[in-house]
Design a protein around this ligand. Sequence first.
Ligand code: C2E
Ligand code: MG
Ligand code: MG
Ligand code: MG
Length: 277
Amino acid sequence: LAKSQSQFNYEFYLPEMEEKMTWRLGIIRQLRQDFSEGKLQVWYQPQIDLATKKVIGCEALLRWPTDDGQFISPVVFVPLAEYSGLIVDIGQWVLAQACQQQKELEALGYKIRMAVNVSVPQFRNIDFVKQVKQTIAEHKVEPGFIELEVTESIVMDDPTAVIAVLTELKSLGIEIAIDDFGTGFSSLSYLQKLPLDRIKIDRAFIKDIPNEDAEAIAELIIALGKKMKLHTIAEGIETQAQADYLIKAGCEEAQGFMYSKPLPSRELVQFLQNYLH
Ligand code: C2E
Ligand code: MG
Ligand code: MG
Ligand code: MG
């Protein structure tokens, strides 16, 4: 019995793991091919100043369309792009797209900030700062209109090195935001050492508002931001009640489906043209 059981376990687990690995490698191969064929897209989600209601920025977000008009979620493919190292080239391309978009909007009279997500493997690339500097210079973007979003996992990867890289980026005039704040495991002491401009309150704490516990956490993060002279932006605002609450709590900026979902370039321009504040 023991033998047949162990055989069963062997046959049960291994094919499943193999299947998962095969699936992952398939996605990575397809992503590499579609990226090289120019099939990836960057969409933009507007960010709003809660006091003036003006659009003050956008977050650049990757979109990977499939042949049947659907999209593979970045939640699925970004971790695989990170695992395979593909995110280094893709991330560089996203930054270039965001720079181009920033200039295009500026030419139309909308001078707003572009926020771009950055992953751990990009930070490990020794040419990262040089490439960022070069891309911004090539597109003639004012560095203050580019913001890099880093997560707590980036900071924890190698805090000393990350602080050095962020300090260098910051000295170029680029803004730095900490993304998904409150969901990671970084120690608060790092917050003090990082050259940050902005804290992004994770949607996890916004989605439950109105709720006493969610409000307590949001208020705490906003107070922390104020004390540390950092700007605060809330992610994932879907209702007017959440927006009203955040205004009352002193949060400065917001991003969420209530204002707009992420939009392809042309629709973003239409959104800005029709937006009333
Ligand atoms: P993130 O950086 O935290 O981006 C915000 C995510 O929240 C986006 O999901 C956005 O569409 C979603 N969101 C914004 N407002 C709302 C709302 O009101 N309700 C709901 N339900 N969702 C909202 P998305 O585009 O699916 O991206 C997921 C994640 O994938 C991003 O989270 C980021 O971690 C990663 N990602 C996307 N693009 C890039 C990229 O260019 N580079 C890197 N490294 N990561 C990226
Ligand atoms: Mg982000
Ligand atoms: Mg986020
Ligand atoms: Mg988030």
